[in-house]
Design a protein around this ligand. Sequence first.
Ligand code: PLP
Length: 409
Amino acid sequence: MTSAAAPVPAPVPLTLPDGRPARDAWALTPATVHVNHGSFGAVPRASLEHQAALRAEMEADPVGWFALLTERVAAARADLAAALGAAPEHTALVPNASAGASVVYANLPAAQGAEVVVTDHGYGAVTMGAERAARRWGGRVRTAHVPLDASADDARDAVLATLSPATRLLVVDQITSATARHLPVAAITAGARDRGVLTLVDGAHAPGLVDRPTEGLGADVWVGNLHKFACAPRSVAALVAPGGLRHDLYPLIDSWGARDEFPERFDVQGTLDLTAWLAAPTSWGFLEETWGWEALRAHLTAMADHAEDVVGQAFSARTGEDHRVDVGMPVNALRLVRLPAGLGATLEEADALRDRVVAEHGFAAAFTSFGGTGYLRLSVHAYTTAEDVAQVAERLVPVLCDLAAGSGG
Ligand SMILES: Cc1ncc(COP(=O)(O)O)c(C=O)c1O
């Protein structure tokens, strides 16, 4: 980090229509500094209240509730599909991105010896599912190595070079979790299609961060979480399958929709509490009506620029090193800052650091590792303030530097 670089200013804080700070719209505890929206999201009070009202309705008349549920799910699905730039007839709702990937793994017809290609930026749980599918087919998983700072062209080439004649399925992230970067998914799916390889795009982080994230992707299946940046109550995700493969896809829970077509058969999930699915459009609408998605994304970019700069500078002031990270294709609301050596170098160490930092120091932060280096992953939303960022710089960074010194790193 060069000392001559001008500080990146914080954007003007977002407020609610009545002038209160944006943060008042969320139920987040003030006892914790929240700079990890990306892992588990955070739900606005308006949606929590809507979901609570729906639950009350369900409890007042369970039989009447379930009689009408499928129709209401279909309406919510159509709203969410429009928000994602997808056709409702190509869009199914699932509980989370993991479930969406599992639907693909469970339903692709077995092909002896078939391989699955993933990248080394893939989400661990989704990659483990790919490994199990490949084992079932008597094949294996091959991993494309994409350098952290790879350009779009280099990333595309690295992924496509890993495909072989035995590759049946390619799993690729639209926004990566550990490395907080985009991958050039449209270019990658085009190359895969030319080679006759099916594609599953993991867009877990994309809804809200990417405008109409399913449009123009060319993926056979895309999955994305509404309960991350679109702030839906947990657990809501969409699976979008525009091509013929959708006719092979069934929900993980076989229920009374089993004889229906795609996607209607996903609307029926037995006796599950689907209030989150019905309340998800409320979160989308709240963010759209309060700030507008485009303006919100611009704000998140400015806040993330500020956070990345302030926190990177705070590390540099203590270590004398450059903690900035070039991720090739950065994301508006998710940023990496390199940790001092010795911290978070493996997934297990990074997770343990996250748990320790929240329990002992009151910081909800994400730590990730890639290629043996640990990173602090900052993710912001409308409620994030410059004060939160200052807290990270002034209180969390010294804790992390002391831990690194203690680890002998
Ligand atoms: C890229 C990616 N894929 C999949 C998931 C899994 O999401 P869920 O736990 O909601 O299934 C995540 C969660 O953070 C993710 O970042």
